[in-house]
Ligand binder design. Structure first.
Ligand SMILES: *Cc1c(COP(=O)(O)O)cnc(C)c1O
Length: 400
């Protein structure tokens, strides 16, 4: 009893999904109920409608909805036949799923260091890792997965140049960054595919699990459509052929079941309608944090020409645990993404890293801490967060 959390009228949420739900109101609930009443729970009309809307938003010719952001990464690796003996390059400072999909298809992740200012993949480290893998000759470089960490675009011009130089496919893992742009372009402008996740806490989330693969090659999209549903025969498999049975039950390759539920597409159609406005609101919150904290702590730096969707607002401090405790005592939640880089985790520790190691990744993993960030953070609540961080930094400075 009597702790700070209970004394506040309302705790400050880290991410406020309920404020968004209230804003979307009755039309959101009607859209869900419509699917419930229609009976079209799997691949109902909302799926194609949402895929078209998502493709338009992300400036991609094609979009495929799927079961999760993880499967959105697995599907293109499967489509390209990436497997045992193949190397796929990715950052280690990311959510585990980015690297998990390589062993899932039998391939090896190769971990690359990050840029100290943006936390995103360092193209020079990528180039060095690629050269080392080629020199060693044990693995065949096949693809690069760049991550739009915390919502901001990776350095796609530099990363794509390295990928192209070595003839590799480029995936933009935009699970945290869907909607981000660089020079006005979405990541698919440079990448072969861009993937995203609709896990509820992502900037564009649904009410369960879901994901999507954006692409620009019709043959690849067709293959993804097949792989999403058990390798079913698709247009390009059937064209010009005749069949004894309904080709719907012809399974021409090994795939999986990675359909998105119709209800989630209905939810996402509603959420997508306000997403651009929410991105602007998140940027206003980020600007206020920078103005309120930038003189005392290291605040995020977005790449020149980039627009972040601010999945996280992440600052750096040498006393992260102290700051987290100080915030918690005032009812302010915080989170650490990511305390243990992937290459330091048991099951991933045997995979190769860039030849110079990952010194930036390891340093940042000890310093980062993320503050409440969402489109509905009020100025009053944000001012409390800012005041709490400032009082902690000043107290520490006085003690030092
Ligand atoms: C969340 C996330 C994923 C995985 O998405 P799920 O929908 O949870 O499977 C992949 N990559 C990154 C960078 C993520 O943040």
């Amino acid at each position: 009893m009597g702790d700070a959390w209970h004394e506040r009228a309302m705790p400050i949420p880290f991410i406020d999904l309920q404020a968004q739900r209230k804003r979307l109101g009755q039309p959101l609930e009607d859209a869900i109920l419509k699917v419930v009443r229609s009976g079209a729970y799997i691949m109902g009309p909302e799926i194609a409608e949402f895929e078209a809307a998502l493709a338009a938003f992300g400036q991609a010719p094609f979009a495929l909805s799927c079961g999760s952001g993880t499967e959105a990464l697995v599907l293109p690796l499967m489509a390209w036949g990436i497997g045992p003996g193949d190397a796929v390059f990715c950052p280690s400072f990311t959510f585990a799923a980015t690297a998990e999909v390589m062993p899932l298809v039998g391939a090896s992740p190769v971990f690359v260091d990050i840029d100290p200012a943006t936390y995103n993949m360092d193209a020079a480290s990528l180039d060095a890792a690629m050269a080392a893998v080629k020199r060693e000759g044990r693995l065949t470089p096949r693809a690069v997965i760049a991550v739009d960490l915390f919502g901001q675009p990776a350095d796609y011009p530099a990363i794509a140049a390295v990928a192209r130089k070595h003839g590799l496919k480029l995936i933009a893992d935009s699970a945290q960054g869907f909607g981000c742009t660089l020079g006005g372009h979405h990541p698919i402008h440079w990448a072969d595919v861009a993937t995203t996740s609709f896990f509820p806490a992502k900037p564009l989330g649904c009410y369960g699990d879901g994901g999507a693969v954006l692409s620009k090659d019709e043959r690849l999209h067709d293959l993804l459509v097949s792989l999403r549903v058990h390798g079913q025969a698709v247009k390009s498999d059937i064209e010009g052929k005749t069949f004894e049975h309904d080709p719907k039950y012809l399974n021409v390759r090994v795939g999986l079941n990675s359909r998105m539920d119709t209800i989630q597409a209905a939810v996402l159609l509603q959420k997508l309608s306000i997403f651009a406005d929410e991105i602007r609101a998140r940027n206003r919150v980020a600007d206020r944090y920078a103005a309120g904290l930038g003189d005392l702590v290291t605040t995020p730096k977005v790449i020149d020409g980039g627009v972040s969707v601010w999945a996280q607002y992440t600052i750096e401090t040498d006393d992260r645990d102290g700051l987290a405790q100080h915030l918690k005592a005032q009812g302010i939640p915080s989170a650490v993404y990511y305390p243990i880089p992937i290459h330091r985790q048991g099951v991933y520790s045997g995979y190769p890293t860039a030849p110079a190691g990952l010194p930036v990744t390891e340093a940042k993993a000890d310093q980062v801490i993320s503050l409440p960030m969402h489109a509905y953070l009020t100025e009053d609540d944000q001012d409390q967060v800012i005041a709490a961080v400032r009082s902690f930094v000043k107290k520490n400075a006085a003690a030092a």
